[in-house]
Structure formats: C-alpha cells, structure tokens
Ligand binder design. Structure first.
Ligand SMILES: [Fe+2]
Ligand SMILES: [Fe+2]
Length: 194
C-alpha cells in the first residue's frame, strides 16, 4: 500500500478505535480488497483508497446505538467528512482529490436515504458500495453483523443477505466485485453444511 495511505490509516485508526467494535476489521478488509479490485479492473486508487480509509470515522464518539438507525447514518457521514478534511490536509493530499473524497464520505450511505442513482453513475462509488455489501458475507463481517442484527443462527444472516435489494437497486459495478460476493456467500453457505 502507498506510503500516503499508510499515513492516512495511522491518523484514522484512533477514531475507529472509538467507533463500532468491528470498524477496524471492516476498514482493513475494505482496504485490501479495494486495492485488489483497482488492480484487476484498472481503476485509479487515489480516490477509492482514501474514501475506504476515511469513510466510517464519524462513528467515533457516537452513542453505541444501532448503526442502521437513520439518524446515526446521517450523523456519522457528516462527522466523518469533517474529520476526513482534517486528515487529508494533514497528509497534504491534492486539493481536487480531497474535495471529492470529503464529498463522498459525506454521502457514502445515501442509498439508505433512498438515493441509488449516484452509485450507478459513478464507478468509484459503485465499487465502494459493492465492497460495503460484500463485507456482510466475509468471515469477520458475517458474525459482526449477526450480532448487530440480533440473529442467533447463521441461516438468518444468509437469508438477510440474499433478500437485500442491493444487487437489484445498485447492481455490482464490476465483474470482480460480483464474483467476490458470490465466492464469499457460497463459502458461508458451505459452512452451514459442516
Ligand atoms: Fe462502512
Ligand atoms: Fe458508513
């Protein structure tokens, strides 16, 4: 990973430590796979990587409430954008890119407010949203989300993922993310049979 991203992550981490219990694992997984997708799909990483690194810092200091609560969603985006601005300045990130990243942080969960179009129009946001969704089916994300959603059986979580309207409303932006999702989901299903 580029040195500048390492620097950003170092500055962002203390906020995640004060955020949701799964946040560090969430962002570390997303960083790894964002780089993977950028390489496979020939996408520039200079917007997507900082967006991934900085996107959920706004949960720091918020009440340990259900993160799916709409007010929490709005607040964490707004707070996150302010911290992102600070960190991007600290690492002297190019101004044009920084503005874009801050804007994206401020609206990254807007699908929860009914806006699906932005993810279809913009490949970076599309891939970002794909990774957020795929996280639900990863070995770490799956149990973390089960806990938040109050599920006791993995079958409930699989059903929850399969019934999500994300693929219909915001189709996977690349072949790589689509395949990645299918692989993770089939791995979780295989575990049921053990
Ligand atoms: Fe996230
Ligand atoms: Fe978020």
């Amino acid at each position: 990973m580029k040195e500048i991203y390492e620097k950003m992550w170092k500055l962002a981490k203390p906020y995640y430590e004060k955020g949701r219990p799964m946040d560090i694992a969430h962002v570390e997984w997303m960083m790894k796979y964002a780089l993977f997708v950028c390489e496979k799909e020939k996408i520039d990483d200079e917007i997507l990587l900082p967006l991934v690194i900085l996107h959920d810092m706004g949960y720091a200091g918020l009440p340990k409430d259900n993160p799916f609560n709409l007010d929490m969603r709005k607040t964490h985006m707004k707070a996150g954008a302010e911290i992102a601005e600070k960190i991007l300045k600290q690492v002297s990130y190019p101004r044009d890119d920084s503005e874009k990243i801050i804007h994206y942080v401020s609206m990254h969960d807007n699908w929860a407010l009914g806006d699906n179009e932005i993810y279809k129009k913009d490949k970076i946001l599309g891939v970002f949203d794909d990774l957020e969704f795929i996280w639900l089916a990863t070995p770490q994300g799956f149990p973390a989300l089960m806990k938040i959603l109050g599920f006791t059986e993995p079958e409930q979580m699989i059903e929850y993922i399969e019934q999500d309207d994300k693929p219909e409303k915001r189709p996977f932006a690349t072949k790589t993310t689509k395949e990645l999702f299918e692989k993770y989901l089939s791995d979780r299903k295989k575990e049921l049979k053990k």
